[in-house]
Design a protein around this ligand. Sequence first.
Ligand code: G3I
Length: 356
Amino acid sequence: MKKIFLIIPLALVLLVSCDREEFNSDNSIAVVEYPLANIASLKEAPYPIGGALTPNNLKNNAAYKQTVINEMTSMTSENAMKMANISRGRKQYFWDDVDYLVNFGIENKMRVHGHTLIWHNSTPAWITSFVGTKEDWKLIMKEYIQDVVGRYKGKIKSWDVVNEVIDDNGVLRESVWKKNIGEEFIALAFQYAHEADPDAILFYNEYGHEYSAARRLAVYQLAMKLKAENVPINGLGLQMHVPVTRSEADIRYAIFSAAKTGFKIHVSELDVALNPSLNKSFVLTNELLQQQKDVYRYAAKAMMELPVEQQYGITFWGVADPNSFLSSGPDFPAVFDFTYKRKPAYDGLLQGFYKK
Ligand code: G3I
């Protein structure tokens, strides 16, 4: 793995120039056409569309719950399925919120995606202070992954097995897992998850494909290495927390370059921030809502251009503006507004889904 990260500068130049060429020849921005939508709701979308949900909102906010039921065909959990929320000690688990979400998804015929098993940012205190050999560390990771994936076998259809292991320089991020197990913790996490549910679709989830060539390349290299080693990985999640200024080229390039791995592609945490600089006196305008519509449309359309078997779906990070993790910006990054009405972004998505 170390070698891979050492050759990044040269490989970056090669991959980027090669991608640019291919990008321009068959997906030129100039020829992207957006005919009028020929479907009327997200439920008719050609691939699953969902949101990151919280039990609290589903239990206490009728408009939120109804919007999810009316509009979504897939779902994940914003926080409840993270290790810091589930794991209360070795072999001690808090399942209530996960059970609630999984049951809600199944009752409403939604595809349930699990987010996320191994993330440096969600490590309970008992793990950060754990002392043991490499084998002990492998065992605690295996126990956790297999207890969680095993409990929801056949119910949670796919998992973000590993989340955000690449840092902004395109190198492997430091974490307790890397420190105590070594870089093989990534492959092992996939292997353990696969053993617990051989039918689960397993993703590596990452951010920044749309703005960083170094991150794109590092994800690509990691994915291809895992593939070459026959690690049971099936997909790449592209988070896509994007500002409204993100260009169509950037979004298409992110999706197409990840798809070169041949893996399923999940736009896994989509939101489009209107106030990324967190200006407290921000004013929402129709013009911004129209620009936001464009960005949602770019993502929907780029996904349409992938082979059908690679179109895993789009998941919004939240449901409506008031429950986005960005809402205190203030910001309005979602597809539904403060009254749960469809925003222009909704029509942008429908347009992006156009199919002859
Ligand atoms: O639930 C507690 C509450 O009881 C407590 O009073 C309050 C005090 O701060 O904290 C609440 O928990 C917060 C939780 O969100 C629910 O609001 C946590 O502190 C806070 O860290 C947590 O933030 C989440 C963050 O991941 C870290 O886990 C965000 O909601 C969530 O949107 C965000 O999602 C991540 C993805 O998992 C990975 N990709 C990036 C994305 C955005 O950062």
